[in-house]
Write a protein that binds this ligand. Sequence first.
Ligand code: SAH
Length: 255
Amino acid sequence: MSTLLGNIRIVLVETTHPGNIGGTARAMKNMGLSSLYLVNPLEYPSDKAQWRASNARDTLAAAKVVASLDDAIADCGLVIGTSARDRRIPWPLFNPKECAARSVDEAAQHPVAIVFGREDRGLTNEELHKCHYHVHIPTNPDYSSLNLAAAVQVICYELRMSWLERENHDQESARQWDIEPATAEAVEHYFRHLEQTMIDIGFHDPSNPRQTMTRLRRLYNRIRLDEMELSILRGILTGTQRLVNSRTVNDKESL
Ligand code: SAH
């Protein structure tokens, strides 16, 4: 098993039909992937999943069931969300081939997650906003949404093609950077810290948040913060909060 493909995990969020979970395990094993995460599956374990998995029952048996998307992506340096349609605020978008090339490149450095949504309504905007990139399989606009396991198959096929290409050309891992990228969990802490600081300085009104946090998430996800940059930004926030809090105390004392 390739360690590169083994470092790319498929995450299924709140899947309704167990057959799709089995179909996903099979699509993955056929293409050489092995890491499957299930976020709150509706009906699992299930005979229907076993049946659809066929000879990929080992992949299914090794699947990790977790309670939230955050748990599934916490240690990942690259998170890509799948989307069957356009969203209100556009996000950096890959086609399946670009998604595969980037995922295989980065899998040499850190775990990569590709996230798939619910059969009836896909991923929520909040979930999509946790992703660095989105990937859309270019389908017929009159009927753009594929069956979930079929969408996993298309993405996994491109991952395999990309990996084979790399094997054939013995290419060197692409992204060279001196510092590790910040993990999804660390970035999530940063966003909470940022939001609280914006509230403390009176810039952000949580009762009327508008799209501020969404736009900031998009900005930072575009930049792909590394660990050092994240810790500098957190230091600035802490300093800002300390200053604002000391001023508030002084104001009160001078009343
Ligand atoms: N009605 C839903 C479609 C969900 S399809 C919606 O409008 O969002 C179930 C899942 O399959 C999606 O969340 C996505 O993970 C995947 N999928 C289906 N069609 C896709 C496409 N064209 N491109 C990328 N992912 C797709």
